[in-house]
Design a protein around this ligand. Structure first.
Ligand SMILES: *Cc1c(COP(=O)(O)O)cnc(C)c1O
Length: 467
C-alpha cells in the first residue's frame, strides 16, 4: 500500500465512518461478543507476503465493528463519555496525515504554539484567572502523576530528583475517599506508597471535610512525617462528589502544601458560568486537570493540565540531554519538559477545530441540555414505583437502585443492570455507594437527544417488570 492507495482507501474510510455514525442508533451499545472470539478470528501468525487493501478492509468490516462497544452511540450512558465531535474527528485525520512527533518546539512549531493558545482559550472558557499556563497530556492519570511527582520533589527540597526517596521520612499526600484511583496509582508510581495516601473522611455531602484535612496534616507533622500535597476533586468519578475547594486550599496553603485539583470530567461543565460554584476557589490551586476527551468533544486522548507556575513541574520532569538541545531552547516552549512521556501527539488541533466548529455557546448548549435531561430523567425515575434515587444529580450524573418493597435491592439492581446491557438499547454501568450496588447514569455524548435520555426510563422500567 502506498500513498496513492491511501488516497483511495482513506476516502473509503471516510464513507464508512459516515455510515457507521448514521447507523449507530440501530446497533447494540455494548459489544455482543465473548472473550477470545475476536482473537480466534485472526491468523495466529503475521503474513509473510503483502496483502491487498481490499482484503484488509473487508476483514476490518467483518470482524471489528460488531465486536466493539460504541462509545459514540447516542445512548451510551456508562462510565463517562469519551466524546468525539465530527470536527475533532476531522482534525485527527489531518494530524494523522502529518504524523509529527511534537516533543520540541523545533519538531512541531505549529503544534506547540497552537497548544499554548488552546490552553489559554480553555483557561478563559473555564473562567480561570489570568496567569495559569498549561499543557496537554494523554490522560488525567498522567497529568496527576506529574503533579504528584512535583509534590514529592518539592517536599524533599528537590533532593529526591538526584537521590531518590531512600531514607526519606514518609511523604504524605491527602485526598478524599471520593477521588479517582489515578491518585492511588500516582502515589504508587512516585514511590510514596499507597499507605501514605491519606484518604480524608467526607461529610454528609461526600465532600472532603477541611477540618479533618487540617487535623490529618497536623498529626503527620507531629509524628515526623512530611506532608507533601493535597489532591482535591470536582466531580468524583463514582457519584460526582465535589470537595470544598476554597476551604481545602486555605488549609493546604496554611501548611505550605502544593494543591492539585482533579476535574477530569466536571471541568468541561465550567464553560457554563452557572456551574462554577462547584469549584469555587479553584484559582488558588497549583495544578488543575480536566479532560476535553470526556465531555467537551475533543476525542481521546486529550487531557489539559493548568499550572499556576510551570517551573516546579519542569524541575521534576524536564531533562535536556545532548540530543534534544536546540539553539532556541531558552526562547521557546519544549512541552516534553512539562510531561512524563518525551514523545507527544499533535493534540491541540482537535481542540482548535472543536472550539471553532461549535463555539463556546454551542458547547454550553450541549452541556446544559445533558444536565437538564439528566435531572428530568431522575425525576421520572423517582416517581416510578420501585425505583430509588441513591445520589442526586450532580451535573449529568446520578445513581439509582431498583428497590421494590420486600426485595433485595442490591441483587435486584445488579440483575436489572445485566438485563439492560444485554438488551442493548442503552448502556449503563455500576458503582458501589455506601456499600450498596447502584447504577450510574450519565448523559454526555455529542449526538444524544432528550428522547435518547428519556428512553433510559422506559427501558429500565420495562425490564424491571420482567425480573
Ligand atoms: C476519568 C477520570 C480520571 C481518569 O482519566 P484518564 O484520562 O482516563 O486518566 C481521573 N479522575 C476523574 C475524576 C475522572 O473522572
Amino acid at each position: 500500500m502506498n500513498h496513492d492507495d491511501l488516497r483511495h482507501w482513506s476516502k473509503r474510510a471516510a464513507d464508512w465512518a459516515h455510515d457507521y455514525h448514521a447507523t449507530l442508533r440501530d446497533r447494540p451499545v455494548r459489544a455482543r461478543t465473548s472473550p477470545g472470539e475476536t482473537a480466534a478470528r485472526l491468523p495466529a501468525s503475521p503474513p509473510e507476503q503483502p496483502e491487498t487493501p481490499d482484503r484488509i478492509f473487508a476483514d476490518f468490516e467483518a470482524i471489528v465493528p460488531q465486536a466493539m462497544t460504541h462509545w459514540q452511540h447516542p445512548r451510551f450512558f456508562a462510565y463517562f463519555p469519551s466524546n468525539a465531535s465530527p470536527a475533532s474527528q476531522w482534525a485527527e485525520q489531518l494530524a494523522n496525515a502529518i504524523s509529527a512527533q511534537c516533543m520540541l518546539w523545533q519538531t512541531s512549531p505549529a503544534a506547540t504554539e497552537i497548544e499554548t493558545v488552546m490552553v489559554d482559550w480553555l483557561r478563559q472558557a473555564l473562567g480561570l484567572r489570568a496567569g495559569f499556563r498549561g499543557t496537554i497530556h494523554d490522560t488525567a492519570t498522567t497529568a496527576t502523576l506529574g503533579a504528584v511527582l512535583t509534590m514529592r520533589d518539592r517536599a524533599t527540597g528537590w533532593n529526591s530528583v538526584q537521590d531518590g526517596i531512600f531514607g526519606q521520612a514518609p511523604l504524605r499526600i491527602y485526598a478524599s475517599a471520593q477521588t479517582h484511583s489515578s491518585i492511588d496509582k500516582a502515589v504508587r508510581l512516585a514511590g510514596i506508597g499507597q499507605a501514605n495516601l491519606v484518604k480524608i473522611a467526607t461529610d454528609a455531602d461526600f465532600a472532603m471535610d477541611p477540618a479533618r484535612l487540617d487535623a490529618a496534616i497536623a498529626a503527620d507533622l507531629a509524628a515526623g512525617r512530611v506532608p507533601a500535597g493535597v489532591v482535591l476533586c470536582t466531580g468524583g468519578t463514582s457519584i460526582g462528589a465535589c470537595d470544598p475547594i476554597a476551604r481545602c486550599i486555605e488549609v493546604a496553603k496554611a501548611h505550605g502544601l502544593y494543591v492539585h485539583v482533579d476535574a477530569a470530567w466536571a471541568g468541561t461543565a465550567m464553560i457554563c458560568p452557572e456551574f462554577r460554584a462547584l469549584w469555587h476557589g479553584v484559582d488558588g490551586a497549583d495544578s488543575i486537570v480536566f479532560n476535553p476527551h470526556k465531555w467537551l468533544g475533543a476525542q481521546f486522548d486529550c487531557s489539559v493540565q493548568f499550572l499556576a507556575d510551570p517551573a516546579p513541574q519542569i524541575r521534576s520532569l524536564g531533562l535536556r540531554p545532548d540530543y534534544l538541545q536546540t539553539l532556541d531552547q531558552e526562547e521557546v516552549t519544549n512541552f516534553n519538559e512539562w510531561t512524563v512521556p518525551l514523545g507527544r501527539r499533535f493534540r491541540a488541533l482537535k481542540l482548535w477545530f472543536t472550539l471553532r466548529a461549535y463555539g463556546l455557546e454551542g458547547l454550553r448548549t450541549m452541556i446544559r441540555n445533558h444536565v437538564a435531561w439528566t435531572e428530568e430523567l431522575a425525576e421520572r425515575l423517582r416517581a416510578t414505583p420501585g425505583f430509588r434515587i441513591t445520589t442526586e444529580p450532580r451535573l449529568s450524573l446520578f445513581t439509582f437502585q431498583y428497590a421494590p418493597s420486600g426485595g433485595d435491592a442490591d441483587a435486584l439492581t445488579a440483575a436489572l443492570l445485566q438485563k439492560v446491557n444485554d438488551d442493548g438499547r442503552i448502556y449503563l454501568t455500576q458503582t458501589s455507594h455506601e456499600g450498596q450496588f447502584v447504577i450510574r447514569m450519565t448523559a454526555g455524548t455529542f449526538d444524544c437527544t432528550r428522547d435518547d435520555v428519556m428512553m433510559v426510563h422506559d427501558v429500565v422500567r420495562d425490564l424491571a417488570a420482567t425480573l
